[in-house]
Design a binder for this molecule. Structure first.
Ligand code: Z5A
Length: 228
């Protein structure tokens, strides 16, 4: 009699997030890491917040236009949460459950830092929204890219050219300095998950720093030949 085929469930993919201030190089590094992982035959997608799903991209547009700011800090935070809820349900969880690695440009740490620590939205509200939108889902690894504020702002200005700054780019230098400190503090508070990367170097050097940490923390179980 033919043996019944047992369909094996793929093991869950890894969830990696990138955080940092303006112009810290997250998008550049996330693209490079995805290429490297896909090249090592580890199926990988890149996504971002706010946004990443059709519904959340609409909310992104509202938020970056400054519309959310007009509603006040709590309501603006609710908009970030609504976008995250859609993104997690329709993109992140389905991909992880299929065994795909998910690289996300910003996630809930951005809410904790921008809205919580800097925007003074009460911690109770930030935690409640976190429970509702992501439940038990936590990144396996979070890279926090750190650059001096003037370096990040210079990079962002060069990229923007003559276009107007968006809602967060328009904040003053003190805001960006506080942001940098808040991210450093976050890294110190959760060293199991968060790794602070010195991103004030050329893109190749930063990629190597990220790759070395990832290899050490997450690739130990993958055959060495596939990710040399
Ligand atoms: N936000 C929030 O408040 N609450 C939340 O819950 C969430 C987000 C999820 C989204 O902005 C804003 O939403 C964000 C926080 C807030 N606001 N800020 N600021 P976004 O998605 O439009 O932008 P961003 O996340 O801040 O990233 P960015 O400005 O696009 O920068 P980046 O991704 O970190 O950097 P990049 O695009 O890779 O590089 C910037 C430029 O520098 C570019 O021209 C590169 O070619 C260059 N670059 C990159 N790396 C290097 C190196 N190593 N050397 C030299 N030049 C480099």
């Amino acid at each position: 009699m033919a043996k019944a085929r047992v369909k094996r469930r793929p093991s869950r993919g890894h969830f990696i997030t990138f955080e940092g201030g303006e112009g810290s190089g997250k998008s550049t590094q996330i693209r490079r890491l995805a290429e490297r992982l896909n090249g090592a035959k580890l199926r990988t997608i890149v996504t971002r917040e706010p946004g990443g799903s059709p519904g959340a991209e609409i909310i992104r547009h509202l938020l970056l236009s400054g519309m959310g700011k007009l509603l006040g800090p709590d309501a603006e935070t609710l908009l970030f949460a609504a976008a995250r809820d859609d993104h997690v349900r329709t993109v992140i969880l389905p991909a992880l459950n299929q065994g795909t690695w998910v690289l996300c440009d910003r996630f809930f740490d951005s809410t904790r830092v921008y809205q919580g620590r800097l925007g003074q939205v009460p911690p109770g509200l930030v935690s409640a929204m976190q429970r509702v939108t992501i439940g038990d889902l936590k990144p396996d690894l979070t890279f926090i890219l750190d650059v001096p504020v003037e370096v990040g702002l210079k990079r962002a200005a060069a990229r923007r050219g003559s276009a107007a700054p968006d809602r967060f780019e328009a904040e003053n230098v003190q805001f960006h300095q506080d942001l940098r400190e808040a991210y450093k503090q976050l890294a110190a508070e959760d060293p199991q998950r968060c790794v602070l990367i010195n991103a004030d170097a050329d893109a190749d050097a930063v990629s190597e720093r990220i790759w070395n940490v990832l290899r050490e923390r997450l690739l130990a179980t993958v055959p060495a030949a596939s990710h040399a």
